[in-house]
Design a protein around this ligand. Sequence first.
Ligand code: DGL
Length: 250
Amino acid sequence: MTPKRIGVFDSGVGGLSVLKNLLETKKFQEIIYYGDTARVPYGTRSREVIANCSLEALGFFKKFDLDLLVVACNTVSAYGLEAMQKNANYPVVGVIEPGVLALQNKISNPQAKILILGTKATITSNLYQELLNYKGYKNLEAKATSLFVPLVEEGVFSGKLLGECMDYYFKDLQKPEAIILGCTHFPLIKEAISNYFNNEPLLIHSGEAIVEYLEKFYILENAKQQTKISFFASDSVEKVEKTAKLWLKY
Ligand code: DGL
């Protein structure tokens, strides 16, 4: 199957970091982005609330006749994906399995120390940990770093405040061999995170991982024209468009 018109769903603006990678492939005719900005953040909410919000988002996409929906949000991929897949008549793809496969492609040593970062909900779901464990990786550490989300939303990508926040979360950790950036916001601070660990760990990014995944499991064709993008949000679509201009240089 060749997905030409795809949707990208996120709890807010964070999924734009995933949209960036999808756009760079030049493989899609049309991408419809929807951020549930009225209810972000999802990462501190319960499984039930996240699953319900995810189903409502699926309802939003009904009118677009999609070929495929990318759930860019790790939190939704953890708690809402199953319900969405059951209720959609097209493939709905999350970012957790692609993230684990992307790591597997790069790190074969089962003893490699892997640090998983995500929202409280993503880390509590245990999904990354279980999948990595199943793939044989045994040296895992998972850390909910929810404070990075509002910092990124505020445009804080470097500096003292972020430094203190990283210290708060990372100071007692051993240097990992790889870090899974298990939240759409974290690629925006990837330089700072990498720097904190002397630029040594390999970073796994949901956007790069989903592109690898789609290339592997679907037949992607070069788009004839520049990809058409439409932005939608449950509140203040202007904020999404403004952030898209800033993050995507779009
Ligand atoms: N987009 C979410 C994720 O990737 C993070 C933001 C939120 O808490 O809603 O997990």
